[in-house]
Design a protein around this ligand. Structure first.
Ligand code: ADP
Ligand code: MG
Length: 388
């Protein structure tokens, strides 16, 4: 999406350059100099980059103010020079301090003219088709001898395990044990140094993040990754974007609204399902940290996953919220979704997981039911620093 945005912006810049040359019938380097680049940056920062009005206000303001300052400053200072750049520089420093979003965007927001976030569609919308559920007992994920080295550091060494449909596997271990590294490789955010990952019997090592997500393996992050200025509904709808098929062109021409409504409907359904029904239109960045974590789970659910990787979902959650999360995970389990869970709250983990995988210094030190793992001497040693 960022690449597409960049290319569209570049195309506009190209058209502007062509029109400029066409109108002037003469081209010299000055309009394309560093000075001009700095001026465009002033325009963008002063107006604000997140709205079309920002561009117009910024460009208008800088152009007129420049003319005016170029007349005024030589009188005041008694000599000529590009002093307006100093004034703009100070203005940008002040603005970044007081209104980091830019003048047009901030003022627009104060006047209530800000962007209106989309609302869930009213009336009946055909729900998105759902993926065929996994057969009970089917092996969803097989990890074989997975290793990841960062230079001399071995973050994961020869890790192997399986996860079945409808199973909750907890991955526990001290900080720095390599749990997030493992999740990053499973979701193709990171590439293993060696070893293989199979999802429903097919090798997924090296097929890329989008393809992994498309096949039904989705995740949340230890450090929440949301778009803070977009609404909760929009953030969750993003999770469903792979289930939409309209092209960029049809989106630009607004021919995708029927599909968009279905995606938003799905987002609403998932938000209600995870208990954020009251915050559908809230700005995602304004939610409490615990709610942002739940929002990420809703976003992952919007992709209609068969396997979920949850990296510390209960961190920062209050007691009641943890209970609700536990209930949600049990529901997912009963629907046949496989869940891989990294969590430090042992009460939470042991009450929920079917099996537990313990890693320390990148290596598997134990695997088994919660009871087996809790009485394993190697685990006690890793957690308590040795038993007498
Ligand atoms: P955990 O999630 O179990 O707390 P991580 O998987 O985040 O642990 O990290 C495991 C080890 O790998 C740590 O020592 C960490 O510093 C290291 N590590 C993680 N990512 C990188 C990276 N991109 N580059 C270098 N070292 C990393
Ligand atoms: Mg981690």
């Amino acid at each position: 999406a960022k690449m597409a945005a960049f290319l569209i912006a570049a195309a506009f810049a190209g058209i502007a350059g062509w029109l400029y040359a066409y109108a002037q019938r003469f081209v010299n380097p000055t309009p394309f100099s560093l000075q001009a680049g700095i001026e465009y940056m002033f325009m963008a920062l002063i107006g604000g980059v997140s709205s079309v009005w920002g561009a117009l206000v910024g460009a208008g303001l800088v152009t007129f103010a420049k003319e005016w300052l170029q007349d005024l400053l030589p009188h005041l200072l008694g000599r000529t020079g590009n002093f307006e750049a100093i004034v703009f520089g100070l203005l940008v420093v002040a603005l970044m301090h007081r209104m980091p979003a830019g003048l047009a965007v901030t003022l627009g927001r104060r006047l209530g003219l800000g962007r209106t976030a989309p609302t869930p569609p009213k009336g009946s919308v055909e729900p998105l088709p759902r993926r065929e559920r996994a057969t009970p007992g089917e092996t969803m994920l097989s990890v074989r001898a997975l290793s990841r080295r960062f230079g001399g550091l071995i973050a994961n060494q020869d890790i192997s395990f399986d996860v079945k449909a409808g199973e909750i596997l907890a991955v526990i271990g001290p900080n720095g044990a390599g749990k997030s590294t493992l999740f990053n490789q499973l979701s193709a955010v990171d590439t293993p140094t060696s070893g293989d990952i199979f999802f429903r019997g097919q090798k997924i090592t090296g097929i890329g993040q989008r393809e992994v997500a498309r096949r039904g393996l989705n995740r949340t992050f230890q450090h929440v990754k949301i778009l803070p200025t977009m609404s909760a509904l929009e953030n969750v709808a993003l999770g469903a974007h792979l289930r939409g098929h309209r092209s960029l062109i049809s989106a630009i021409l607004r021919l995708d609204r029927a599909e968009e409504a279905r995606l938003l409907k799905e987002a609403e359904t998932q938000l209600v399902r995870v208990g954020l029904g009251e915050h559908i239109e809230a700005e995602a960045g304004s939610l409490a940290l615990g709610q942002q974590r739940i929002l990420e789970i809703a976003r992952a659910l919007a992709s209609d996953p068969l396997l979920l990787l949850l990296d510390e979902p209960a961190a920062g959650l209050r007691h009641k919220e943890k209970d609700a999360l536990g209930d949600l995970l049990r529901t997912l389990k009963s629907e046949g979704i496989a869940v891989l869970l990294v969590e430090h709250d042992m009460d939470f983990v042991m009450g929920l997981a079917d099996r537990v995988l313990v890693i320390n210094f990148g290596q598997t030190i134990a695997e088994g039911t919660p009871d087996q793992v809790q009485s394993n001497p190697a685990v006690l040693e890793a957690y308590l620093g040795g038993v007498e």
